[in-house]
Write a protein that binds this ligand. Structure first.
Ligand code: GDG
Length: 498
């Protein structure tokens, strides 16, 4: 819940994100006869930002994915949301299939995503990226034009993520000098060596330096960003002590703010009396097993094959755990049109089958793998039930699942195993069991350590983790971002008055 009197919540707020907060789906009938079903905010950032934009009576600009036809909207594609409440304006940018292929599946997810997660080999080749970059530019321009139609001298524009690397500079050219542009980059920033592989890298750096404020989850990403600017952008002046970059006629302030989750909501959901044994039975897991859990988008950055290798090693080394311990892996298919994601899905499914046929028996499988959507309530029940949560990304901007698990661990008896390559590790590393996701033996041993850990140590660690996750929650993150924006916004206005 957001404090209505929060002095830092901007009065004129324009949020820009790829995903829209509400999706309208049309059911039955024609024209006015049709009923409209609305997808509520799915979770995480979208759900967290929604109350803030409501309170500000702001504007949210997003890609109008899904079946949205614009029958209920005016000619600017603007619609009042939530339906019936009309608290703020949602402007949907309607993109052609070609635009989505190139801007979203192309440059965003086959150039910037692999680049920032240090997978340069997965960056698409030169024949396709230049076309995709053109579309990325075109789409960023369309979003920038949309921002310009709403922006006033008082506006705060808050951009989310790597889909909008060029938009800040395009927006800056079109809106009043006193309006503030802030941007949060939710994924890691690569090393200068990797960034050298970025096609149109200079454009992306220059684009991002159109921001007044640019936020990352952890210090390391902000420092790497400064190093890349120093190495690859002529004319930029980096002040590494003050975290400020001057470029052309603008100044960009860098900040770090580790994003949190809505901890109270997870805590409350976990305390509901969901029949977790029934949830497990549905998935084919016996209710009395010791339970390990993994929850991830099916993405190569999440280290799922490496995790499976460690699990195989664990069962090799601990025959007494066979029949007694089950690892439940929930993987959510994502970006399935991209070959690297298809290959990953095939590899993961075949490895699960192979490991299960090696160790499995008639009434027990070592790994239960599902790609089915799990409701928030059931997810929280599983987090609560898990004896060990295994989070092993090779690189991850933050990782919200780690925090959701902690917030849901109301019995304070689960153990978090956390990759040192996640942003979350900077916050939770001291009381999690730290793992190097590429070290098969190390992860297998860490899992055994976690499962053997005495109850009082589990409780002590989980209590400290919970303190952190409840204190640095989603609302705290937004407050901190808005406070930083307000400081800049204030100084921009006073400079203007002089
Ligand atoms: C990016 C960055 C950063 C997954 N399956 C189900 C389900 N989920 C939910 C989880 C969690 C979310 O999806 C995944 O969030 P992550 O943070 O782990 O990862 P990304 O999607 O890669 O997010 C990441 C984040 O942005 C925010 O800045 O932390 O580093 O990569 O919320 O719970 N939820 C439900 N059913 C599922 O089956 N209900």
């Amino acid at each position: 819940e957001t404090d209505a009197d929060d002095p830092d919540c901007p009065e004129s707020l324009i949020v820009v994100s790829n995903r829209q907060p509400y999706r309208h789906e049309y059911e039955d009938g024609d024209g006015d006869e049709r009923s409209i079903a609305v997808d509520e905010p799915a979770g995480g950032l979208t759900a967290g930002l929604d109350p803030v934009v409501r309170e500000a009576s702001g504007t949210w600009i997003a890609w109008g994915d899904g079946e949205a036809d614009f029958a209920v909207t005016d000619e600017n594609d603007c619609v009042a949301v939530p339906p019936g409440e009309d608290a703020y304006t949602l402007q949907r940018i309607d993109l052609s299939e070609e635009a989505v292929d190139s801007y979203y599946y192309g440059f965003s997810n086959q150039v910037l995503w692999p680049l920032c997660h240090e997978f340069p080999d997965l960056i698409e080749n030169g024949d396709t990226w230049s076309n995709d970059f053109e579309w990325y530019h075109t789409v960023n321009e369309r979003f920038a034009d949309a921002v310009a139609t709403h922006a006033t001298a008082e506006s705060v524009v808050w951009i989310q993520d790597y889909h909008f690397g060029l938009a800040p500079r395009l927006i800056r050219r079109q809106i009043p000098e006193t309006a503030t542009i802030a941007h949060f980059w939710h994924i890691p920033w690569p090393t200068p060596e990797t960034f050298a592989e970025c096609p149109a890298g200079e454009d992306v750096l220059a684009g991002l330096l159109g921001n007044d404020l640019l936020g990352f989850h952890v210090d390391r990403y902000a420092r790497l960003f400064m190093e890349c600017v120093e190495q690859y952008l002529d004319g930029a002046v980096v002040d590494r002590d003050r975290w400020i970059v001057d470029y052309e006629d603008g100044t960009t302030h860098l900040t770090t703010d580790a994003m949190g989750v809505d901890a109270d909501t997870y805590d409350r959901a976990a305390r509901q009396d969901t029949d977790v044994d029934a949830v497990l039975a549905e998935l084919g897991v016996s209710p009395d097993v010791t339970l390990g859990l993994g929850v991830d988008r099916l993405d190569y950055s999440k280290g799922i094959p490496e995790r499976l290798a460690a699990l195989e090693r664990f069962f090799e080394r601990n025959p007494d755990r066979r029949g007694e311990f089950t690892f439940l892996q929930k993987a959510t298919p994502s970006r399935t049109g991209i070959p690297a994601y298809q290959r990953l899905g095939e590899l993961v499914r075949s490895e699960v089958t192979r490991i299960n046929s090696r160790f499995g028996t008639d009434d027990w499988q070592p790994i239960v793998y599902t790609e089915e959507y799990v409701s928030q309530e059931n997810l929280c029940a599983l987090y609560r039930r898990a004896d060990a949560m295994l989070i092993s990304p090779l690189l991850d901007g933050m990782n919200l699942v780690a925090q959701e698990f902690v917030a849901s661990s109301v019995d304070e008896d689960g153990v978090l195993l956390l990759s040192e390559q996640t942003g979350a590790h900077e916050r939770l590393g001291d009381d999690a069991v730290t793992i190097d996701p590429t070290d098969t033996d190390g992860v297998a041993a860490a899992l055994e350590t976690a499962l053997e850990m005495p109850a009082d140590e589990r409780r002590r660690r989980m209590r400290t983790l919970r303190e952190d996750v409840f204190e640095a929650d989603l609302e705290a993150w937004m407050d901190s971002q808005f406070a930083a924006i307000a400081r800049l916004h204030g100084s921009r206005e006073s400079t203007d008055e002089q």
